[in-house]
Design a binder for this molecule. Structure first.
Ligand SMILES: NC(=O)c1ccc[n+]([C@@H]2O[C@H](COP(=O)([O-])OP(=O)(O)OC[C@H]3O[C@@H](n4cnc5c(N)ncnc54)[C@H](OP(=O)(O)O)[C@@H]3O)[C@@H](O)[C@H]2O)c1
Length: 249
């Protein structure tokens, strides 16, 4: 079993995640990028994937500059073979993955009855099937080592109705079921599967809504929630975090 980092009982270590290897899906921009950079600052080696090569190159360079062992490669989370090949590459080049952040996601908006079958498949394949595919590829080695952290990025739309975003909401409600059930399957193996459910975050994710962007959460707020989960005590399981912008409007 791989030990979690010990503190000296007084001061937390400066790089509490050093020696750990992490994988952040959709780490090229937005929330995933902020989490990847936070993990690097905390001492972890970080692998990120997405589909846009140029954005990945830029994030890979930022991770290197932060002093982390880093790997930034294209991999589409909806394709089982691409996922398996990417996970194998990360384990070969950085080592066994002990932190997985399932963040890659997208939305389509507008009433469900006006959306197409292609849009349904794209959202569900990315936000739900993709999480299962990547987790499935990473979990066997976590089980062998008897520990690991899997953080799934859900949404408050995975707990509440979202008029004009039904298909997105369906994917995130599904993710909530997948996360909480997998958490029960894996906790006895020393693996924590947790869910962070943010409200509106200022990224490229949503078309402009006319809402004041300065009131939205920032990607770094989600990274802070991820840090809290990862730095909890080894005996503790912070299973869900709901993260709201403080001011509604
Ligand atoms: N922004 C919000 O208000 C908000 C609120 C609650 C929850 N969330 C959730 O937070 C997560 C990140 O959202 P964000 O706001 O950071 O969005 P974003 O800026 O659009 O970033 C999405 C990331 O996912 C990647 N991605 C999308 N499809 C992918 C695929 N098939 N394979 C691999 N990577 C893929 C994107 O890269 P490529 O396009 O290059 O593949 C990008 O790196 C999502 O799960 C979203 O549902 C966002």
């Amino acid at each position: 079993m791989m030990p979690r980092k010990k503190t000296d009982g007084q001061r937390p270590p400066e790089k509490p995640l050093s020696g750990r290897v992490s994988l952040v899906t959709g780490g090229s921009r937005g929330i995933g990028r902020a989490i990847a950079l936070r993990l690097a600052a905390l001492g972890a080696d970080v692998a990120v994937c997405g589909r846009d090569e140029a954005a990945l190159r830029e994030t890979g360079a930022a991770l290197h500059a932060a002093g982390a062992g880093a790997l930034a490669e294209t991999a589409d989370v909806t394709h089982a073979r691409a996922v398996a090949e990417f996970v194998a590459q990360v384990e070969r080049e950085l080592g066994a993955i002990s932190i997985l952040v399932n963040n890659a996601g997208l939305g389509v908006f507008g009433p469900a009855h006006e959306r197409t079958e292609e849009e349904w498949d794209r959202v569900l394949d990315t936000n739900l099937k993709g999480v299962w595919l990547v987790s499935r590829a990473v979990i066997p080695s976590m089980i062998r080592r008897g520990s690991g952290d899997i953080l799934n990025i859900g949404s408050l739309a995975g707990k509440n109705p979202l008029a004009g975003g039904s298909i997105y909401a369906a994917s995130k409600w599904g993710l909530r079921g997948l996360t909480t059930s997998m958490a029960e399957e894996l906790r006895e193996h020393g693996i924590r599967v947790s869910l962070i459910s943010p409200g509106s975050v200022a990224t490229e994710f949503q078309p402009a809504t006319g809402h004041d962007a300065s009131k939205k959460l920032r990607p770094e707020d989600v990274a802070h929630a991820a840090e809290m989960i990862l730095l909890q005590g080894a005996q503790s399981f912070l299973s869900e975090v709901d993260l709201r912008p403080l001011r509604k409007r």
